[in-house]
Design a protein around this ligand. Structure first.
Ligand code: 1SY
Lengths: 178, 178
């Protein structure tokens, strides 16, 4: 069950590391960018979990109402022999009618791995397996985070299936709802 | 089997991305640092796999004959919604008697996840499980890399068990042997 290991690795190797620093980095960002992230509800890492595992390198490719803006101050840590390994988050500007909203949002990177595995002939991993594992990844991650006291209140998991119709602004609406 | 997913994620989310760029980045490094990596045998990413999963953030902590030196030129890619995510490698200076050797080396970070899981009470993951999964991680990764044409000749897997005696320079000797 690939997803089980991916969820633990994503928590222990990433969220457990970056989420405790998030408040400070948002403080630094607000001082540099005129308090764009003023509402405390936005002081969270919004993690997108599309069950299709169709992931874009820039959220603007999924929805033109989402534009990449600025970055949070970089987090630099010595890790596993790599000096100053860098952890970055992008702050996106999300249009809602005429109003601009700002949000720290990214896709859950392990879903990229699931997608790539379903396309590598050596992985013996079908699209059916991929959907199953994407759902298991979400359930396992949610369970881990609920028990993780050091991450409480710092994240938002946004799991969804893409709409079948031609809803061009589905993603921005989905994020703003959360 | 946690290790199976970790090995695939390490290949697909990291090695498959960084290894094809390695030659170019070494070229850039050599121009900036007077050809320190002249021997073509060193034009590889040396990946340390201690079966104990005991991993240091700086290799110098494991062996005082290893000193962190400089970095390869950074690789910056838009990935999963994070703009300009950064991939770094540290070039270490390894002393052998009086001779200085230079080498791109780091620990396999998924072993850090295995270690952390064996210490998280919610993971239900014993030290015995951890050793088993570390071995499975190595075997799975080796199999994947052997079939990966885009990574051929760009890496060296160095798997080892720490010596029981007080061999202070075990790691530097192990790396130089490879
Ligand atoms: N969005 C995001 N930004 C990050 O900076 C980041 N760093 C890690 N992760 C995800 O967390 C989990 C744990 O990471 P770990 O480092 O143990 O494994 C990593 C690590 O062993 C290796 N790797 C990836 N990026 C780097 C890197 N920059 N330097 C060294 N190793 C790396 O390849 C594995 C898979 O990486 P991703 O497939 O990008 O997703 C990881 C993983 O799901 C990140 N996710």
């Amino acid at each position: 069950n690939v997803a089980h290991g991916l969820a633990w690795s994503y928590y222990i190797g990433y969220l457990k590391i970056v989420l405790p620093y998030l408040k400070d980095r948002i403080g630094g960002f607000n001082r540099a960018h005129n308090n764009l992230l003023k509402c405390k509800e936005t002081w969270k890492l919004h993690i997108l979990l599309p069950l299709s595992c169709e992931i874009h390198s820039d959220l603007g490719e999924a929805d033109s109402n989402i534009r990449s803006g600025m970055d949070l101050p970089e987090l630099s840590l010595d890790r596993g022999g790599t000096k100053r390994r860098s952890y970055k988050h992008t702050v996106y500007e999300i249009l809602d009618e005429d109003k601009k909203n700002y949000c720290i949002v990214e896709y859950a990177t392990p879903l990229l791995s699931l997608h790539a595995m379903s396309q590598d002939e050596n992985a013996a991993f079908s699209r059916q397996d991929r959907l199953e594992q994407a759902k298991l990844f979400y359930r396992t991650l949610e369970g881990i985070l609920q028990r993780a006291t050091d991450c409480a209140g710092c994240y938002r998991l946004i799991v969804y299936e893409e709409p079948r119709d031609d809803n061009k602004h589905f993603l921005s609406k989905e994020i703003l709802q959360h």
